[in-house]
Design a binder for this molecule. Sequence first.
Ligand code: G6P
Length: 367
Amino acid sequence: DAAMKNGFPHFMLKEIHEQPEALRNTILPRLSKGLPDFTDDQIPDDVFTSCSQIHIVACGTAMHAGMAARSMMEPLLRIPVTVSVASEFRYEEPLIGEDTLVIIISQSGETIDTLAAMRLAKNYGAAALSVVNVKGSTIARESDYTLYTHAGPEIAVASTKAYSVQLAALYMIGCRMALVRGKYSVPQATEFMKKLLNAIPAMEAMIAQKDSIKALVTHLINKSDAFFIGRGLDYAFSLEGALKLKEISYIHAEAYAAGELKHGTIALITEEVPVIAIATQEKVFAKTISNIREVKARGAFVILITKEDAVLDRGVADIHIRIPKIGDRFTVFPIAVVLQLIAYYASTGKNLDVDQPRNLAKSVTVE
Ligand code: G6P
């Protein structure tokens, strides 16, 4: 056990540190002249050109990777991209068919609801492309196409590196689709991939800041509730941040679209409820900042994550975490590290079993 942890006190911290390498392992073998290329994965381009909609299906953290991918892909591809929770989707009568590319995301490749959802999708005539980490798993074997993520074994129950490589794989799919569907020129697709690769040193930069993240959790560990807010992609990222905190620190956390807060939920904001706000999307930056002012006015302790060049008035946030300046679509990678470290240190700060949280299993094969 100690040897497997490679000097780290827990698998989760080790796996957080492994993310840059996991991303390189997932991305680099599929780069050809700077462009995403799935020839070795045996995924032909007609999978990407023949569909008129995408439906993403997964559970838990994998579903959150899908939510972020949706917010990235739909404006890029200009086709409908929908995300469903597998345990719901499998009992629905989805509006999918031969025109649909169903993307199934699963670390283990064995989650029973996800598998059942994929079988349903295939019965409807959809093409099933799985994004799976475990080689030879059931979902990988039964899907029409598989894009393996190369995170290596993930031991901690709370998923970290599997999430970021799922995102990397989905971003590559989005880029390849944009290219072959004529939404991107070759230079645009090359530029996209460059920015994706730039996310790797940005993740490393945030891992290097772990001590300052450890210090800030003192503001969280004696609280029973927290909010994560953001707009657009930042909202999709905050869903995963809230889940991570709940899973391992047992602090009740809720992710909210920042602009929706004032429609009721802001009633829950008090001095006892810290708010983790994410504002990395240029388009909605000013709007998110005004939402932060609203929670601040109700006494919330605000931990704000922005890009390093964001210009802020004094007093907007109590703690300001700066991620490197990278493309707006790609901020999820360094942000994921920050949110994972917040959850990790909140859990260890409460002396909880961070790798084996109560009631949770790594792979859920019950319905
Ligand atoms: C369980 C795990 C989660 C995981 C989910 C989906 O609930 O505790 O961490 O995100 O299953 O697992 P999968 O292997 O399909 O990605």
